[in-house]
Design a protein around this ligand. Structure first.
Ligand code: UDX
Ligand code: ADP
Length: 484
């Protein structure tokens, strides 16, 4: 443990008020769990996005801006008591003893480091607001995943400004390891909590907040750079496992091996482990790609091109996996999908979330649309608007009259069909492509496909959800990832 860890018997500062800047997938659930376990602390979550804040405050808990199992119950318990959502950044910063920064840090789209480095404009924006409005001593905690040494930048902005004032700051890094879809469980029972920093009093103060519900053995204190780099490394390692298993899935399909049998045998080795070895259409989510690109940028910056290439290949393989699936679908459908109806089941990047950022469904759908396919997309949680945004095209609602799209329709207009139920999506389709492992898809009855699809039909089970599934083999072909 870092030296500060040995001094955790010091008395911490009493925190009465926490502000979290950024009410997204990280800020929202994390603050809800902190508020639940620390009733004596007032927690204000602020965001520039008015609509998002309105949704967080919606009386109907089905309208919360993010879907996470268990989140609604916690919100019901603490919202309005010690958890508040607002757009009033200034006032919340003024009141705060401790501020979490949980704003978005996407990959830069232009300028130096475009396509690799993180765009820090939102970080800088809120740090400037903190420097302006904070009062007295404030602990500033970076929660967003950031390039290594960002804390240094934050410190420079805060401490330069405060030289003339009586305000002071301590900067900590406290990366979030929650995984979407299981965020509440991950926050309630984390594998570890990581706190990086130099100021022992600030570390102890944050440590004591987590210690309210997290076993102390699991709270790791390090220096600030180790903390920042640990987050990037953890995500790079996880993504590497997915790319590794997806690479082997392609080999399985060529050789007659079964990826499930291979992962079972390989995962039994305790040094490898069974978790996070499920092959699929490639990893998505806001973190993996962004964090690896960050790592690649850092390695190149520090003149380590071989290390940069090593990590870059994890992303290249992920992209290749998505492309090979769309190519395979087209090949199996006699080399053309033009005018054919293809049911897409699942659009979120994984089950139990409405998040679509970097979802493999985006690339696969775009490839099929480019080839002229008529997509009928269903997802239990992703909104029609969100899919339109990700694909950059409009949708049409499917209804009885057009639920059986004619196979020979050769219209040039590009759109997709939005389907509220699975049957509308599958009805009359030449192929079904399962892209997210939602529970809803695990129990689908073979009859749904046998009676409703246009024959000969294909099912592409990219998530291996249809276990021991019996379809009419004379008319329906079944393909699953890693088996062929
Ligand atoms: C990830 C990290 O797990 C988390 O610790 C970090 O804080 C944020 O990034 P998240 O992106 O929410 O979390 O989801 P995760 O469960 O890691 O899944 C990422 C992607 O990998 C998903 O698209 C998922 O479908 C895919 N995946 C995961 C697989 O294809 N196979 C697996 O075995 C596991
Ligand atoms: P994450 O998945 O990391 O939580 P999100 O994009 O879901 O990322 O959430 C980040 C939130 O931060 C967005 O809702 C965005 O509006 C908000 N945000 C960005 N910059 C600021 C700022 N300066 N002040 C307040 N909120 C901000």
């Amino acid at each position: 443990m870092h030296v500060v860890g040995n001094k955790l018997n010091i008395k911490s500062t009493v925190v009465k008020n926490i502000c979290c800047i950024g009410a997204g997938y990280v800020g929202g659930p994390t603050m809800a769990v902190i508020a639940k376990h620390c009733p004596e602390i007032q927690v204000n979550v602020v965001d520039l996005n008015k609509n998002r804040i309105n949704s967080w405050n919606d009386i109907n808990l089905n309208n919360l801006p993010i879907f996470e199992p268990g989140l609604d119950l916690i919100i019901k318990e603490v919202r309005g008591k010690n958890l508040h959502f607002s757009t009033d950044v200034k006032d919340s910063v003024i009141q705060a003893d401790l501020i979490f920064i949980a704003v978005n840090t996407p990959t830069k789209s232009k300028g130096i480091g475009a396509g690799q480095a993180s765009d820090l404009r939102w970080i800088e924006g809120c740090v400037r607001e903190i420097s302006e409005y904070a009062q007295g001593h404030t602990i500033v905690v970076e929660k967003s995943t950031l390039p290594v040494r960002t804390a240094e930048v934050i410190e420079k902005i805060l401490n330069t400004k405060s030289k003339n004032d009586d305000k002071t700051f301590s900067i900590l890094s406290n990366p979030e390891f929650l995984s979407e879809g299981t965020a509440i469980d991950d926050l309630e029972n984390p594998n570890r909590v990581l706190i990086g920093g130099e100021d022992e009093l600030a570390i102890k103060t944050l440590y004591d907040i987590y210690a309210k519900w997290v076993n102390k053995e699991k709270i790791i204190c390090t220096n600030i750079w180790s903390s920042e780099l640990s987050k990037l490394t953890a995500n790079a390692f996880l993504a590497q496992r997915i790319s590794s298993i997806n690479a082997i899935s392609a080999l399985c399909e060529k050789t007659g091996a079964d990826i499930n049998e291979v992962t079972n045998a390989v995962g039994k080795d305790e040094r490898i482990g069974e978790k996070f070895l499920k092959s699929g259409p490639g990893f998505g989510g806001s973190c993996f790609k962004k964090d690896i690109l960050n790592l690649v940028y850092l390695c190149n910056y520090f003149n380590l091109p071989e290390v940069a290439d090593y990590w870059m290949n994890i992303i290249n393989l992920n992209h290749w996996q998505q492309k090979r699936i769309s190519k395979l679908i087209i090949e199996k459908l006699f080399g053309t999908v033009t005018g054919k109806k293809i049911a897409i089941l699942g659009f979120s990047f994984k089950a139990n979330t409405n998040d679509t950022r970097e979802s493999p469904a985006i690339q696969i759908c775009k490839d099929l649309l480019d080839e002229g396919a008529k997509l009928a997309i269903h997802d239990p949680r992703v909104s029609q608007k969100n899919i339109e945004f990700e694909l950059g095209i409009k949708s049409k609602n499917i209804d009885e009259s057009d639920s059986r799209i004619k196979g020979d329709s050769l219209t040039q207009e590009i759109y997709f069909y939005w389907c509220e139920n699975i049957k509308d999506s599958v009805n009359g389709a030449d192929a079904v492509v399962i892209l997210t492992e939602w529970n809803e898809y695990k129990n689908l009855k073979p009859n749904l496909f046998n009676t409703n699809m246009r024959k000969p039909a294909w099912i592409f089970d990219c998530r291996d959800v249809l276990n021991n599934f019996q379809v009419d083999k004379n008319t329906i072909n079944y393909w699953r990832v890693g088996k062929g």
